[in-house]
Design a protein around this ligand. Structure first.
Ligand SMILES: Cc1ncc(COP(=O)(O)O)c(C=O)c1O
Length: 482
């Protein structure tokens, strides 16, 4: 838990770990950063790591490993079938979630593919608090439809509501009745709701969702990829969880949801994916897809060293001193920005800080992609790479019309145990500069737009010459500084 400092002005999050392996970083001159982002088609996914100072694109697969994880990797049992590594992973899942039935997948979206293959067909609907990009892509690929039922409080950018990821329970009941339980493929709760700013779901709400599903006879699924942040918020924001052990929360959830899946790139500080269930009937239904799409049932496309690291990482996900580090650093960054007047999603969630770009550049229309434009401006100003989580991250409607995002966010993810506080301060400082110079920022237009998951590899160019103007202003204000 947060450590109190003697001098009140010194209150900062205190790391409960030390750094023992380091990686050299590059900070290019601003003109080089301009070249790099333009060569990348203004898509931060297409930047090269050598051109990046702080990589805040994601927390997925880029969290720092603990000494115990590295040690575990050295005893990996590399056998195709029946490996001891898989037995250790199952034992870790049993410790953390209390369940025996576990399937491997090579990452979170592979677990989503298996889930969709087992439950979705044309005409089916998947009800969820909010979609995640890859979840939706798999469901729609198989002819299903996604319906979002997050409570409207979740879409208010600035509020002090502690659980903005909560379902609207009345709307959930109504949706199941209207679509009929037979048409509902499953109800999916996304912990730490990614696309609305890493906002948590309360334990009370999660359990109420499972109750409704049981009453109405529909399958309940928990996407636990961001559950460790969510558990931190349950413990710090929800009265009934304060004195619960983290393990009690994980176990309770696993006893109530029919199926849990997660990306071990997030939950587990490693790589890979897992699907689990307390009732073998669900894992049995999905089992046949694992050898088909992933690999044999005792590795499922994961590399054994990653499985060992995930097993140890899962155990570390029970430790509040580890799982508090992300949310506390994010809260620090959000407060720095908010105090300065920069529009950020509030309250601070998990995953990262989220700039609210509809307010950052309020006059920019959705079809000039404000969140991507702010991301490009920030990279030019700082070498910090964030991720667009706005209209670019949406899919066009089947008739080709643009689907405008509910929230135009630029996400600055906080990989766990990776950055120092001075780096976080640097990031905040440069965001403030971009905010002060926001009138320079202009829009973007497509030069190449893929049909599926366009945010990964689509390319755009600036409208006008605003990026060159931003570089000129940077030189004026920062002289020959990097
Ligand atoms: C909530 C959520 N679900 C699923 C996934 C997909 O996981 P992966 O990146 O391992 O495929 C992610 C990844 O960011 C996620 O945040």
């Amino acid at each position: 838990m947060a450590v109190k400092f003697y001098q009140s002005e010194n209150q900062v999050p205190l790391e409960m770990h030390k750094v023992r392996v380091v990686q050299k970083l590059n900070l290019l001159p601003v003109e080089e950063r301009l070249r790099a982002i333009q060569e990348a088609g203004n898509n931060t996914f297409l930047l090269q790591n050598r051109d990046i100072y702080m990589d805040m694109i994601t927390d997925s697969g880029v969290n720092a490993m603990s000494d115990m994880q590295v040690a575990a990797m050295s005893v990996a049992d590399d056998s195709y079938a029946g490996s001891e590594t898989w037995n250790r992973a199952k034992a870790a899942v049993k410790t953390v979630f209390g369940v025996d039935n576990v399937l491997p997948a090579h990452q979170g979206r592979a677990a989503e593919n298996i889930l969709a293959e087992a439950f979705v067909k044309p005409g089916k609907v998947a009800l969820m608090n909010f979609h995640f990009t890859t979840t939706k892509a798999h469901i729609t690929r198989l002819g299903g439809e996604v319906v979002e039922l997050v409570d409207k409080k979740g879409l208010i950018p600035q509020s002090d509501d502690p659980f903005k990821g909560d379902f609207n329970l009345d709307n959930l009941r109504q949706a199941i009745d209207e679509y009929t339980p037979e048409r509902v493929a499953f109800v999916r709760v996304e912990a730490g709701t990614n696309l609305i700013g890493g906002q948590p779901v309360s334990l009370e709400n999660m359990l109420a969702v499972t109750d409704i599903c049981h009453q109405k006879g529909v399958v309940s699924v928990l996407d636990a990829s961001l559950l460790q942040d969510n558990v931190y918020f349950m413990k710090t924001r929800e009265a009934q969880c304060k004195y619960m052990d983290t393990k009690e929360i994980y176990h309770l959830l696993a006893s109530r949801f029919d199926i849990i899946y997660f990306s071990a790139r997030k939950l587990g500080f490693s790589r890979g994916g897992f699907i689990l269930s307390s009732d073998p009937k669900w894992t049995n239904m999905m089992m046949e897809f694992v050898p088909l799409f992933e690999g044999f049932l005792t590795y499922g496309g994961m590399e054994v060293r990653s499985i060992e690291a995930a097993a140890q990482g899962l155990i570390e996900s029970l430790d509040m001193e580890y799982i508090s580090q992300g949310p506390e650093f994010i809260a620090y960054l959000v407060k720095e920005l908010d105090d300065y007047g920069v529009p950020v999603i509030k309250p601070a969630g998990g995953l990262g800080a989220h700039l609210n770009c509809s307010e950052f550049v309020p006059n920019m229309p959705h079809n000039q992609y404000p969140a991507a434009a702010v991301g490009a401006a920030l990279y030019i100003a700082s070498g910090v790479r964030g991720m667009e989580r706005g209209t670019v991250s949406e899919q066009r409607e089947p008739d080709g019309t643009e689907r405008y995002a509910e929230l135009e966010l630029q996400r600055l993810a906080m990989p766990r145990r990776v950055f120092t506080l001075s780096q976080v301060k640097y990031c905040a400082d440069r965001v403030k500069w971009v905010w002060d110079n926001r009138q320079i920022i202009g829009g973007l237009q497509w030069t190449s737009e893929p049909k599926v998951l366009r945010f990964f590899f689509g390319r755009m160019k600036e409208i006008g010459h605003w990026q060159e103007d931003l570089v000129a202003k940077f030189r004026e204000d920062f002289g020959d500084s990097l």
